[in-house]
Structures are given as structure tokens and as C-alpha cells.
Design a protein around this ligand. Structure first.
Ligand SMILES: [Zn+2]
Length: 116
């Protein structure tokens, strides 16, 4: 059971392209603490696909649930009718508005703030 972390990646660690030992999730956490970003912006910053960023963000959101920091989501919004995707559990960008079926959507914006 204690050997659960000894997967193939820990056995032989490839040299990171940049001088950093951050995991993608640590990088996302650090970037989001500096200010709000969309998944597309984060994708460019950390070199992951946008949908992979969304998956990492979902895990980050879970792990920050009880800590000193709070994961804040400004929900995606329909630019045609103003509908906000407030109850959406997934963080990936929606493709169409459920109310007017419009596809002009503002992407959700994420950030991490300290709890006060
Ligand atoms: Zn709409």
C-alpha cells in the first residue's frame, strides 16, 4: 500500500523543460493566486490542452475546499441572452447556451483567493 506512489514516472524523472519541479497542478495553483485567468490562458501558460486544464482545475477545486485558499469560479456566460452557467459542475467551457442555444459564450474565469 505504501508503494502506491512508486509508478513509472517516479522511477525515472525526465528533465523538466524549464527550471522547475512544479507539477501542472502546482503551476495552475500558483498562477491562479496571482489573478483571474480563463482555461485557455492557463493552457498557454502551463502547456496543457484546455480540456486537461479543466480537469486539473476540478481536482484543485476539490483539494482547496477546506484549506486557507478558496477556488473562485466566475461562471461562463451567454453573450446573446446573458444566461450564466452558475450551477455547472464541470469547469470545461460549455459549447452552447441552454436557454437561447446561442454559441457566443464568455469562458468561465478562475482564481484563487485567501480566505479572510
Ligand atoms: Zn443564451
Amino acid at each position: 500500500m505504501a508503494s502506491g506512489d512508486a509508478d513509472a514516472r517516479t522511477a525515472r524523472v525526465p528533465r523538466a523543460p524549464r527550471d522547475t519541479h512544479e507539477t501542472p497542478r502546482q503551476a495552475l495553483r500558483r498562477i491562479l493566486a496571482t489573478g483571474p485567468h480563463t482555461a485557455l490562458e492557463l493552457s498557454a501558460r502551463v502547456g496543457l490542452r484546455e480540456k486537461d486544464v479543466a480537469t486539473h482545475l476540478e481536482h484543485l477545486q476539490q483539494s482547496l475546499r477546506h484549506g486557507d485558499e478558496r477556488f473562485v469560479v466566475e461562471p461562463a456566460r451567454c453573450l446573446d441572452c446573458g444566461y450564466a452557467f452558475r450551477d455547472r459542475a464541470r469547469l470545461a467551457r460549455p459549447s452552447a447556451c441552454p436557454r437561447c442555444r446561442g454559441q457566443h459564450l464568455a469562458a468561465p474565469v478562475f482564481r484563487i483567493v485567501r480566505r479572510s
